[in-house]
Structure formats: structure tokens, C-alpha cells
Write a new protein. Sequence first.
Length: 570
Amino acid sequence: MKDADAKMVGNEDHEQELLAVDELRQMIDLFNPCTDDYLFVLDFQKDIYYISPHALERFHLPGYYFHHVVDNLLVVTYEKDRQALTEDLEDLLASKTRETHNLIYRWLNKEERPVWINCRGRVARKDGEVVYMVGCINEIGKKQKADNVSGLLGETSLQAFLQSYADVVPDGYLLRLGLDNFKSINTKLGIEYGDMVLRRMGDIIEQCVHEGQHLYRIVADEFMIIDFNGGTAQDASELYRSIRRSLDQFVEENHYEAFVTVSGGILMCRDLQDFSWSQIMKLSEFALTEAKLLGKNRDYIFDQKDYDSFMKRKMLTQSLRQSVANDMEGFEVYYQPIFHSDTGLLSGAEALMRYHTQDGMVMPGEFIPILEETGLIIPAGRWILYEALRFAKRMQDTIPDFRVNVNVSYVQVMKSDVVEDIMEAVRACDMKPKDLVIELTESGLVESDVYFTRLWKQLKENGVKLALDDFGTGYSNFHYLNDLRPDIIKIDRSFTMRAMANEYEYNLLSLLSGMVRNLELKVCVEGVETEEERDKIALLPPDFSQGFFYGRPCAQDVFEEKFIRNAAAG
Ligand code: C2E
Ligand code: CA
Ligand code: CA
């Protein structure tokens, strides 16, 4: 045999026996069951290629044994990588000394989708001429199989790529793309369909990416495009829009079978304090999440200010959670007086939650939404109910019909036995139900109609008073007044302000006053800050008044000092 007596030249100066290509083929067969990788031998002299037979199950190959090696290899090679392969092989053949072939490129799988492989080979030469190459091919994406759904490089490769920039922070951007509601495509149309969408998405992005930009697939439905060539935020935004356009087109061509949209988070290199993997992933994820929170199918450019407030909110959430677990440590109840408009006498107070942190007092506008989002409003709402009722009980020593108003959130209404909680607290604090006013907002009412009406009815039956809070803040629906017959409607400050500035709103207010009189509802005007505002409201006229003009919300002891002693003295 021609090759049998060939000598393999090692990098040391002694020469080794060159193995026969046939022997190599037998060895490959022997190793075949032992490895997922693909072993191969390329016989340059006979122009024959032999690869582990199981490669046939995976790749678009003419066979595991074929002639016309370069032509056939080009057939299995992804179009965009053909040139790189040809160049590398030409260089290998032209060189008298090169001993290794090490190329990362894409082969086509049986479905002719690109799959990243790393082909490493060792060249055997005789008298400087290549005789054969033996080596091994492995799939780069195999550890994260998902990568090969889209035929793109995965997270590990991205990590390696970014690492190469650790010393010199580049100028440019990272665009993190995420499909919106991808999970629902998988559940509604099946995983295979989902895979198809991901593949198309990969193709679409790849077509939009310019030379010198790098594309990776990170997690299931997220991609990362990197431009370290000085691309600006506008460039990134433009790139995002071009991808979105192509995706829209795909959806249209597919007759809206799968309605997919994509969001993009843009992170500029200059926004990175350190160029670490964790920092890059954290901030780019934040940017993408923001884009989704802003309504999806749009992009968002990372802004440090937004990130700071996001972190602040995150810390506040943690702190609130701890406080609730810790017997409501840091929480306090403030009380704002409510007066009878005709006599000017104190009627009661509205209980308003406050929260103290190391950095000072936090207002409900900031923490109530977090309590609602986390469900913590349920224990917190129960707590303020007891606090307020105990407080009112004490105030009744001086003002026997002192009433306390407690705000109840729609989350409590929908997710807890709030009526039971309320009635139990009333009993436990030895209060009369009629001296408790539950305030519910109209906005909550719209969101949870059925629960709301049930609660409303039950509380009425139990003799608890009901106030419709924030009337006039946008959801105003006069028919609620007729249907629900709240005991009290609380006119929001913004409504009165608008009525003062705008004739239409003023007429609305007059209309309301007529309706209120007919239905015999009581009116409380909130947020009265000045005498002028008070006078304007006189047209209703309100039964109760509340606002900074009459008294600000304050701590229990201050309230007693300011409003109860006065009442006692008066
Ligand atoms: P709200 O129920 O409408 O409470 C009235 C808000 O208006 C209070 O804000 C009060 O301080 C403020 N206010 C009173 N008079 C005036 C005034 O003359 N001018 C102006 N500009 N504002 C005035 P606060 O205490 O910051 O509470 C904000 C909101 O947080 C409350 O609005 C309520 O929706 C919610 N909240 C407060 N405590 C609780 C609670 O215990 N449970 C629930 N679910 N929500 C609460
Ligand atoms: Ca209120
Ligand atoms: Ca209000």
C-alpha cells in the first residue's frame, strides 16, 4: 500500500511510522461507539474522506466515506462559511510546515440548518507533502443544545468573546433581543412550531446584522447582537427597527398564524462600570425587561437613572417584606382629620399608612403599589385595620361618634377574606360597625367588579359605612353612584382643581351635586388646600371636608394634641 511506508513527521526531529489510512479507518470504527464526537481521516493522496458513521445521522453528508473531498465538504458546509473553509484548506496544502487544522465553522444538519462545529485535525506529511489528516469534529453548541435550533453561537461563545475585551473596553453597543410572549407560542402551537419561529428569528436577525457585528443566541428566546465598532445608540435603535420590520413581514407572510413581536434592550459600552460578564448580563437584561415593561414590541436604551430607581425599588421591596415579617416594624399610621362642613366640628379621621426606613419616611405613593404587587398589602391592610379601630375606640372617649376611615386595596378584595377580617377586627376592638368607613377606589372597582359588588353588599349588610374614594380621577362613572349607593363619595382633589379651571368640569361638578342630593349621598371633599378652594366647593355643598387647609395627616399623639384636646376644650 502506498501510504503504509510513509513516515509521519513529528514536531520533534525524529520520525515516526506513518499509519496506513485503512488502519486509521478501522480505528475510527473502533472508537465510533465511544464518543459523540466525529472522528475523521482525510486522505489527500487518494482524495478520500472517512468520518465516524454516526455523522450521517446528523449532517447533510453524501456518506461517511466519499471521494472529491473538497467539493463534498463544501456541500455540507454552511454557505457563509464555505470561503473560510476553502481558504484554510488551500493554506494547509500550500504550506510546507503547518501541522494542524483548527476551524470553527458551520455544517448543515440533515434539515440543512447550520450547526456550529469545531474541526481539529492533525496533518501527516511525507517530505513536506501532506499525506493525510486525522482529527475530530465536535459540536460547539452541544452543551446547550438549544443553540442548534437557531444555528447560532451560544452563551459560552459569547462569554469567551466578551472576555477577549476585558482589558480594553470597546466602543459600541450590545443589543439584547427577546421575543415577546414566546412561551404562549410554544403552548398554543407546539414546541416544534416554536422551534421554527426561533429558527426564522435567527435567520431574520442574521440577515439584518452588518459585517463586523456579532450575533449570539443566549437563552431560549433571547439573542444578543454586539457591535464593538463604535456604533451609537441611534444605530442600535435602527438595527432593532430593521429586525422588527423583517419579523413583521414574516408574521404577515405566515398569515398571522403566530403573532410574534420582539423587544430590544440596548446597552452602550460606556454605561458599563466594569466589563464583567455578570455586569453585562445584568444590565442588558434590565434593558430588555424595561422594553417589555414599556409595552413590548419596542426598544429601550439603558439609562443609569432608571436602573438606580429599579434597584431602589428592589431594596424597598426587600425591606418591606422583612418589616411585615417582623411584626410591621417601621410601619406607622398617620391620621388626617375630617370635619363636618356645616358645624366645623371634628367627625373623624382617615388612617394613612407610613413607612420608615434608615433613609427617612417613605410615602404610600411609593410603597403601596409594592405592597399590592407582592400581596403584602393583605397582612399590612389587616394590621392598619386593627390599629385604626383601636385608635378610634380611644378617641371615642372624648368624641363618642368619632369615625375612622380605612383604605382597602382591590388586592385585599380579590385575594383575601376581607369582609371576615373587617368584621372580626370590629368585634375585637369593640367598635360599632357604623363608626368604621371603608374607602374603596373607583379604579379598583373597575378591575374587580364581581368581587367588589359582593364585598360592597356584605359590608352594607353588616352596617359598615362605605366611601367611594378618589371620585373624579378618570374612571368616573356616575351610574356607580346609583347602582352602588355608597354612603359617602370622596371628591378627589384633582376634580375640584379641574372644576376651578374649566367650565365643562365645573358644570360636571354641579351636575354631580344635584345627583348627590337626589340620591341622598354624603359628600366629602378631599385635598382642600386653600380658602379659595373651600369656597369653590361650597356649591355642592359637601357634608365633610378634608385637606391640608383643615389639617395634615399626622402621628397619633400629634392628632390627639391638635384635634382632640381642642374638641374636648371646645
Ligand atoms: P387617598 O386615600 O386619596 O388619601 C388621601 C391622600 O391625599 C393622602 O396622601 C393625603 O396625605 C393627601 N392629602 C390630604 N389632604 C391633602 C391636600 O390638601 N393636598 C394634597 N395635595 N394632598 C392631600 P398619602 O397619605 O400620601 O396617601 C396616598 C394614597 O396611598 C392614599 O390616597 C391611598 O390611596 C393610599 N394609602 C394610604 N394608606 C393606605 C392604606 O392603609 N391602605 C391602602 N390600601 N392604601 C393606602
Ligand atoms: Ca382614601
Ligand atoms: Ca382619595
